[in-house]
Design a protein around this ligand. Structure first.
Ligand code: DHB
Ligand code: FE
Length: 279
């Protein structure tokens, strides 16, 4: 049987990818951030998952304002790297798992989640920066990846509670796949940040700390945070944190926090990272 063994929450700030791609990771501005991800990389190397489910958001790259699915599951064999305006990041293409993705779609739709099937999709920094943070710069990514893109770019984004429930359904779906697979699920984006308008640069470390604490202590409290509260308290782009709740929902009732890192600033983002093992 396939099992979701752990969840990873991490910011996906594009400047982090640019720092690696342009050889700046050792500079004083970036060094503390990458140092903070070293234990996480070791954890990932030791865990050696077969498949990642990457809950992330597209930033008007794969989808534009002509069409924005709320929950889109990537069913392709391969996902090319998107050109976000300065050429695609020089990282390997992402290999999917069409058979498992088709099973997830079937299970989730029969479980009454109206997923969008995506058979062709490019992936942007929302997905590639977390891969870089946890795997470094390998010639090929060491495992297959099923992208699950969530709309958090145009109002209305799904609620945290709905994301959590979808996470619970993903757990059921994975557990009903016969192959013996170790699956790690990511929730990416956040933490507090706003990248536009008069409040650009806003962060809220107290909000972020409480969020990180309650992922293991009281996730139900987090599912009651209404969308407007993320925006008001933690900046417009903090709504990305609903994707961390999908990750948390997929881990089952009991989790153990095995690593945490928090750092300000990276670009204008409060970078947060957590690893939760399912118990
Ligand atoms: C930025 C973009 C993001 O998508 C994000 O989540 C954080 C920061 C940026 O452009 O700096
Ligand atoms: Fe983002």
């Amino acid at each position: 049987m396939a099992r979701i063994v752990a969840g990873v929450g991490t910011s996906h700030t594009p400047a982090i990818g640019a720092a690696v791609d342009n050889g700046k990771a050792d500079q004083p501005y970036w060094q503390p951030l990458f140092k903070g991800y070293e234990p996480a990389k070791q954890w990932m190397a030791k865990s050696a998952p077969d498949v990642l489910i990457m809950v992330y958001n597209d930033h008007v790259n794969a989808f534009d304002f002509k069409m924005i699915p709320t929950f889109a599951l990537g069913c392709a064999e391969e996902f090319p790297i998107a050109d976000e305006g300065w050429g695609p990041r020089p990282v390997p293409a992402v290999k999917g798992y069409p058979e498992l993705a088709a099973h997830l779609i079937q299970s989730l739709v029969l479980d009454e989640f109206d997923m969008t099937i995506v058979n062709e999709m490019q992936v942007d920094h929302g997905l590639t920066v977390p891969l870089t943070l946890l795997f470094g710069s390998p010639r090929q990514w060491p495992c297959r990846v099923i992208p699950l893109a969530v709309n958090v770019v145009q109002y209305p984004a799904p609620t945290g509670r709905r994301c959590y429930q979808l996470g619970q359904a993903i757990r059921r779906a994975v557990q009903s796949w016969q192959e013996d697979l170790k699956v790690v699920i990511f929730g990416t984006g956040g933490m507090s940040h706003q990248i536009q308008g008069p409040r650009a640069g806003l962060t809220n470390p107290a909000f972020d700390k409480a969020f990180l604490d309650d992922l293991s202590r009281d996730p139900e409290r987090l599912t009651r945070i209404p969308p407007i509260e993320y925006l008001r308290e933690a900046g417009a782009e903090a709504i990305e944190l609903v994707m961390w709740l999908m990750m948390r929902g997929a881990l089952g009732p009991k989790v153990e926090e095995v690593y945490r890192f928090y750092h300000i600033p990276a670009s204008s983002t409060a970078v947060g990272h957590i690893i939760l093992e399912s118990r």
